[in-house]
Structures are given as structure tokens and as C-alpha cells.
Design a protein around this ligand. Structure first.
Ligand SMILES: NC(=O)c1ccc[n+]([C@@H]2O[C@H](COP(=O)([O-])OP(=O)(O)OC[C@H]3O[C@@H](n4cnc5c(N)ncnc54)[C@H](OP(=O)(O)O)[C@@H]3O)[C@@H](O)[C@H]2O)c1
Length: 274
């Protein structure tokens, strides 16, 4: 299993299972399948409404808790110091865990709210009940606000990242500040068909005898970006993790870089109205 080291020394598996839109009855089996097939990293959030089923699957899997990296996130309506502390307790109890490995602020909801919420994350981190803390859907100016005001710098920034939205500049900024970039929607989420039909990716997939999703995931691994493809389909869950027996050469990386057009699928970080 390949991991990255966060700025506090915590090891984070570079490939994890995404669970947005995975219903509780589906996610239980998805997490079991993932853990039985090598995954040691599960990404969820309060708003996904599947934390209980994920916690149950983790317990039933027989894999030791300390060997699994679990991320959950603070939802927008719970931002602010006191509300964030309460929301964290609720997530922990739903998961049935004593701690999470990573707790993230889910979206940017204004500079003041960000600082208040982040202070709560620092309190949680100091209590040992989140082994790492960070942000999600943060651009450079949002991160600067945290860095200017925080005591404990964030360890992770989870943002939409895939072949048409490659985030080279944000990635460089995060690296300079020892913040790990994590890619959500790595298979282009609801627009996965655009990824599956991309001619460059199809050509490269044939060269390595791999699938297009495997190429898209491996391309992020090559960039040392953590990646959390979502699936509730057993065969896809297994296949998406099968990316550690090959590597893309410089020529392939350059070809994939040309696909970048900066087009987002999800909302702009400054315009979140939920
Ligand atoms: N922080 C945030 O704001 C944020 C936002 C979005 C997502 N996320 C996180 O990132 C994770 C991944 O993003 P995402 O769920 O939006 O999108 P994604 O992982 O890019 O794509 C998921 C879609 O691809 C399908 N799929 C997966 N593997 C496949 C394969 N090998 N072949 C064909 N189809 C495949 C899935 O279908 P099936 O499930 O039917 O197999 C699902 O429809 C989320 O689940 C969540 O944990 C975070």
C-alpha cells in the first residue's frame, strides 16, 4: 500500500474509497469489498448520511481500526466554533469510532466562519480525536486566510481534481506550504462518460492493458495526489485499486496534461449557496 506523509507525520494511503451518493445499504458492502481487497482508506462526510453504515462495515471487516484511515467532514450548516465541536461528536458517534484520521471543513463559507470552524478543528486535533485536520474546496486565498490565523497548519486540502481540471497551480502552492492535495471526483463524477470516451486516455489504457479509470487514478498517484474514486460496484471497487503494478512514463504524463481545460464540474468555491 502506497502512502503519503502529512505535515504532522501521519501516513495517509494514497488511494481511498469515496462514498458520496453511496446509500447506507450499498456503502456497507462497498466498504467491506474495499477493505477485503486492499483499501485502507475511506472518505465520508456528515452530509453523505452514511457514516453509521460505514462504521458498521469497518467493525465487521475484521481489519484493525488502526490500520484504516477514515476521513469525515464538517457540513456547512454546522460551521462556527461551538456548532463544529457538536457536529464532530455526532459524526464520531455515528461512525462508532473513538477518533477519525482526518477531519475536514467541507466548504468555504466566509472568512470569519472559516476561522471559527478551524479553531474547533484545532481543539479536536489537540484532544487526539482527529489525527489530522484540514480543509476542502479551498483555493489559495482561502488557505492563506487559515495560514495567517491558525496555530496548527492544515494537513490536507481536498478539491475537485481530474484530467480536465488538473490544479497544477494549487498543487504547487499546497506543496510549498506542506499541505497534501487530495483529489475528489477523480473519474469526473457525473461526467464519467467524458472520461471513458477520451481518446488520449483510451490510447494510453491500451498501451498498459489497463482501463481508462485505472489510468486516471494512476495519473494522480504519479503526481503524489491522494485520490478517492467512488464506486458501489464490487468489480469497479477492486479494479480502481489495481493501479500499483505499473507506472505512466513522462510522455504519457505530458499527453494527459494536454487534456486540461480548467473546466469545473462542481460549484466555484466562492459561490456556495448551500
Ligand atoms: N469534498 C467535497 O466537496 C467532495 C465533493 C465530491 C466528492 N467528494 C468525495 O470524492 C469521492 C469521489 O468523487 P465522486 O463520487 O463525485 O466521483 P468519481 O469518483 O469521480 O466518480 C464516481 C462515478 O464513477 C462510477 N465509477 C467508479 N469506478 C468506475 C469504473 N471503474 N468504471 C466505470 N464507472 C466507474 C461510479 O459508479 P458506481 O458507484 O455505480 O460504480 C460513480 O458513478 C466522493 O465519493 C466523495 O467521497 C468530495
Amino acid at each position: 500500500m502506497k502512502t503519503v506523509k502529512l505535515n504532522n507525520g501521519t501516513e495517509m494511503p494514497i488511494v481511498g474509497l469515496g462514498t458520496w451518493l453511496s446509500k447506507p445499504e450499498e456503502v456497507y458492502n462497498a466498504v467491506l469489498t474495499a477493505l477485503q481487497n486492499g483499501y485502507r482508506h475511506i472518505d465520508t462526510a456528515m452530509v453523505y448520511q452514511n457514516e453509521e453504515a460505514i462504521g458498521k462495515a469497518i467493525k465487521d471487516s475484521g481489519v484493525k481500526r488502526e490500520d484504516i484511515f477514515v476521513t469525515t467532514k464538517l457540513w456547512n450548516t454546522d460551521q462556527g466554533y461551538d456548532k463544529a465541536l457538536k457536529a464532530f461528536e455526532l459524526s464520531l458517534s455515528k461512525l462508532g469510532l473513538d477518533y477519525v484520521d482526518l477531519y475536514l471543513i467541507h466548504w468555504f463559507k466566509g472568512y470569519d466562519k472559516a476561522i471559527q470552524s478551524y479553531r474547533a478543528l484545532e481543539t479536536i486535533y489537540k484532544s487526539g480525536r482527529a489525527k489530522a485536520i484540514g480543509v476542502s474546496n479551498y483555493s489559495v486565498h482561502h488557505i492563506m486566510n487559515i495560514l495567517d490565523n491558525c496555530e496548527i497548519p492544515p494537513m490536507v486540502n481536498q478539491v475537485e481534481t481530474h484530467v480536465t481540471l488538473q490544479n497544477h497551480f494549487l498543487h504547487e502552492y499546497c506543496k510549498e506550504n506542506n499541505i497534501q492535495l487530495e483529489a475528489y471526483a477523480p473519474l469526473m463524477s457525473s461526467r464519467i462518460n467524458e472520461l471513458l470516451e477520451n481518446e488520449t486516455l483510451i490510447r494510453i489504457s491500451k498501451k498498459y492493458n489497463k482501463t481508462v479509470p485505472q489510468i486516471a487514478i494512476r495519473w494522480l498517484v504519479e503526481r503524489d495526489i491522494v485520490v478517492i474514486p467512488k464506486s458501489v460496484t464490487s468489480q469497479r471497487i477492486i479494479s480502481n485499486y489495481n493501479v500499483f503494478d505499473f507506472s505512466l512514463d513522462d510522455e504519457d504524463m505530458k499527453e494527459i496534461r494536454k487534456i486540461n481545460n480548467g473546466r469545473k464540474i462542481f460549484v466555484e468555491f466562492d459561490n456556495v449557496d448551500y
